[in-house]
Ligand binder design. Structure first.
Ligand code: DLL
Length: 433
């Protein structure tokens, strides 16, 4: 463990630490960030009223729109001269939000990413290839600083140029790869086309995150690369990667609770749900100086995994994020996340782990078509075999998810590959309208 004294802290000591930090944090934002002061005043809440951790429920939520309205710097809690770095959220929808880090924030983030890598089994002896994008995205620099903090040999390749990624992987004796899971698959596929079997290389650990991926996808990647694939989670608004990470037991992601308070709420009633029940993840940062967030609604769906982990860490675990409230498809009344479709697809022989869900319109009806590549061993010109495979895929989705969707099998390598976050849903409903 990178910080065993913190990672295995007794729960009661952790609660004391959280409460002390939370008090300071709430007082700071109240004084320094007018947006928080206004919200707290409107809710009739004063920071000094917080007596127990449960009182956090009385504090108003922060949502993505608050950060957007504060664009670029209005939610910063320190003068700009104390900010040493900015990043931003991916901004696939609408205005981006900007986040700022003080020197202390960068220090703590480096520790938390070193923790993450160490959770995954990496040590100072490892050679870490950072293939997350460097730039405004938090993935590249986050992993980079963490890897250096761990003392590992850090290779800042950034995303893109997949053939070069493979070359570096092979020539530099890389043992740990940090990238999105979808990009890991593309790297494996590209290596194979270059005649390189990744399984025969020293690579042994993958730290994959930044997008939803299924357990079945994990198995695919682990088999294709001969590695242990670890799920790592975070978001720019809260810090970037390094908010939660699986350990080698792969049974949920330990939330780094000395720095973040996690709550799971019902997104409709906004009330907390009991441990083990699914809901929207809400985070409060306890130590961030640049841009603290208080009860930030992530829109990510997860649940607390009850019980203790065999690794000895006392931090509670969240289940892998299956999707976001805004990615959820409602297909004839049934709620479905793309990652659930992925899980079904990956369990079927003959289809490749490359797919897209295409939303369209037929007349006034919404249509959903799952496009998936057939595996390399399937003869694309053998109509009867293809029809049977298509029926099998549609049948498996219908029986697992209780929805019927159109399935289209496509030829290998026709679904667009991504070098960062994969685009799983293509919405054509407003095209040509
Ligand atoms: O994706 C930070 C990150 C970088 C995490 C590298 C892990 C590795 P954003 O670009 O702000 O930050 O996107 C955050 O991505 O709210 C989730 O919806 C999704 N996400 C991140 N990690 C996971 C994961 C980075 N392990 C948004 N599983 C989050 C599922 C994830 N979704």
């Amino acid at each position: 463990m990178f910080q065993p004294e913190l990672e295995t802290m007794p729960r009661s000591a952790l609660a004391d630490l959280q409460l002390a930090r939370l008090r300071t944090q709430l007082a700071r934002v109240y004084v320094n960030v007018p947006i928080y002061r206004r919200k707290f005043d409107e809710a009739g809440f004063r920071p000094e009223q917080l007596e127990t951790l449960d009182d956090l429920r009385r504090v108003p939520f922060t949502v993505k729109d608050d950060l957007r309205e504060a664009y670029p710097f209005d939610m910063f809690a320190v003068p700009l001269r104390d900010i040493v770095r900015v990043h931003s959220s991916s901004g696939t929808t609408g205005q981006i939000s900007v986040v700022g880090y003080t020197r202390g924030d960068v220090e703590r983030w480096s520790d938390l990413m070193a923790r993450t890598l160490s959770c995954a089994g990496a040590t100072a002896d490892d050679v870490v290839q950072v293939t997350y994008g460097y730039g405004l995205f938090t993935g590249g620099l986050g992993a980079h600083y963490g890897s250096e903090r761990l003392g590992a040999m850090t290779i800042p390749v950034s995303g893109g140029n997949t053939a070069r990624q493979v070359q570096v992987l092979k020539d530099f004796g890389v043992t740990t790869l940090a990238c999105t899971p979808s990009y890991a698959l593309l790297i494996a596929e590209t290596a194979a086309s270059m005649g390189i079997d990744v399984r025969s290389l020293p690579l042994k650990i993958g730290v994959f995150g930044a997008e939803p991926w299924s357990e079945a996808m994990r198995t695919q990647i682990e088999e294709a690369m001969g590695i242990t694939a670890i799920d790592i989670y975070g978001l720019s608004e809260v810090m970037g990667p390094g908010v939660a990470s699986e350990c080698v037991h792969k049974s949920g992601l330990h939330v780094f609770e000395d720095h973040f308070i996690i709550e799971i709420i019902d997104p409709v009633t906004l009330e907390p749900v009991p441990d083990g029940e699914q809901g929207e993840v809400v985070f409060t940062t306890l130590t961030k100086e640049g841009i603290p967030v208080i009860r930030y609604r992530t829109r990510d769906i997860s649940r607390i995994v009850p019980g203790e982990c065999a690794c000895g860490r006392t931090f509670r675990r969240m289940q892998r994020v299956t999707g976001r409230t805004d990615d959820m498809l409602i297909i004839r009344g049934v709620n479905v996340y793309p990652s659930q479709i992925e899980q079904v697809l990956m369990s079927i022989d003959g289809v490749a782990p490359h797919y897209q869900v295409v939303l369209g319109k037929r007349g006034s009806m919404d249509t959903v078509e799952v496009q998936v590549e057939v595996g390399p061993d399937v003869a694309f010109d053998e109509i009867r075999g293809l029809e049977a495979l298509q029926r099998k895929v549609a049948g498996a989705i219908a029986s697992s998810l209780a929805v019927s969707v159109d399935v289209k099998l496509v030829e290998p390598r026709t679904i667009q590959r991504s070098e960062g976050k994969a685009k799983r849903v293509v919405d054509l409903r407003n095209e040509g309208a």
